[in-house]
Design a protein around this ligand. Structure first.
Ligand code: ADP
Length: 365
């Protein structure tokens, strides 16, 4: 944060004033503190740009329903995920680059003819933790679109008639924020299959949502895309599936793709020469991208814990700097693997159902 950068500069100055170090190390501190000051100025400018953008977005909300949705909005420049941060899933990224990113970025190229009509809905389906949310965020970033992330609870209300207002507010806000991606995670929760036992309000939300969705006109000033994800596409209402014409399977990674994902997750880590991406990938059959991330986080804690233990044992007690943390070795990952297995939330039967649904309705894998 800005505070801590100021603190660091103050600390560096104090060090210089009070230290009796050599001239060279004093010189280095002068240079480092100048660099820090420059970054501080840059951070302040970025923060101002962000606040301007946020206050502009806040000013777009015209009623209490629209205001209640403001916390669901992430401006394009704040999303922070790009295609390049995602390992593997090349076919998914390629399809979405052509289908979504390009039309949102260059709408003028898609004006003529019927074949190039912008797509209004995409469904990403697959087991949990395979990167569906990550992909949706990257699409919004790459297209420069604002991201409106809707949890079913943010557009359902316990008061009669309010749901309708919230759905209306959602689409009204999206139009003002255009280009925008409306992201609905676990869409089966909101727009699941119609059943005789579903309540009146659930039915109403679904109908209102679909009517508002049908009312979207993709043109230069109104570019809104509904991006939905689900682990259970077979639970979706047919009417919803029809409105999501592009349905893309985001599957569990094979060994080759696990290597690619691990390379992204570990890009900034210090790894020693016992570590092998290929070996770790061969040992993690059934792991999703999210499982791999959890495994790596657990492995990265091991050297830190060792350092803390060492600090406790050293007499008199002393604090080691972060430079004293050793590089990660293969054994850290094997120890972490003993604790973090692949998620079991998705069983074999669901996997078969998913593949059957993909055969019938899906594309892309
Ligand atoms: P889903 O929406 O499919 O349940 P997420 O997109 O939320 O999964 O993924 C959870 C986390 O797992 C991500 O934030 C990221 O850290 C990691 N992850 C998943 N897939 C990938 C991938 N292909 N490349 C890099 N990281 C990934």
């Amino acid at each position: 944060s800005t505070e801590s950068a100021e603190d660091v500069i103050g600390w560096a100055r104090n060090m210089m004033l009070h230290s009796n170090q050599t001239r060279t190390s004093k010189g280095r501190l002068v240079i480092e503190s100048r660099c820090l000051e420059k970054s501080l100025v840059r951070m302040k400018a970025l923060q101002m740009a962000h606040e301007d953008k946020m206050s502009y977005i806040r000013s777009l909300a015209e009623n209490e329903y629209e205001k209640s949705l403001l916390s669901s909005i992430v401006p394009a420049h704040q999303i922070g995920v790009r295609f390049d941060d995602i390992g593997a899933l090349e076919h998914v990224k390629n399809i979405l680059q052509d289908l979504i990113v390009l039309p949102l970025k260059r709408p003028e190229l898609f004006r003529k003819g019927n074949l190039r009509k912008a797509c209004k809905g995409v469904l990403l389906f697959g087991p949990p933790g395979t990167g569906k949310t990550l992909v949706a965020k990257a699409v919004a970033t790459e297209a420069g679109a604002n991201f409106i992330s809707i949890a079913p609870s943010s557009i359902t209300s316990q008061y009669y008639g309010e749901d309708e207002q919230l759905v209306k507010a959602l689409f009204a806000l999206a139009k003002k924020l255009s280009p925008a991606v409306i992201f609905i995670d676990e869409v089966d929760g909101l727009l699941g299959v119609r059943s005789s036992t579903e309540g009146e309000s659930t039915r109403r939300i679904k109908n209102d949502f679909m009517a508002a969705w049908d009312g979207l006109h993709s043109n230069d000033t109104e570019q809104i895309l509904v991006f939905a994800t689900t682990n259970r596409p077979f639970d979706l209402d047919d009417a919803v599936v029809r409105r999501l014409p592009r349905r893309i399977l985001v599957d569990l990674p094979n060994a080759e793709n696990r290597v690619k994902i691990l390379r992204k997750i570990l890009v900034n880590e210090d790894l020693d020469n016992t570590f092998s991406y290929e070996y770790l990938a061969s040992q993690t059959e059934g792991y999703s991208g999210s499982d791999l991330k959890n495994l790596c986080v657990a492995a990265a804690y091991i050297p830190i814990r060792e350092l803390l233990d060492l600090e406790c044992q050293t007499k008199p007690r002393r604090r080691f700097s972060s430079e004293s943390i050793r590089a990660l070795c293969m054994n850290d990952f094997m120890l972490a693997k003993a604790k973090i297995g692949p998620s079991i939330s998705y069983d074999a039967a669901a996997m078969i159902q998913l593949r059957q649904w993909n055969e019938q309705y899906g594309e892309g894998a």
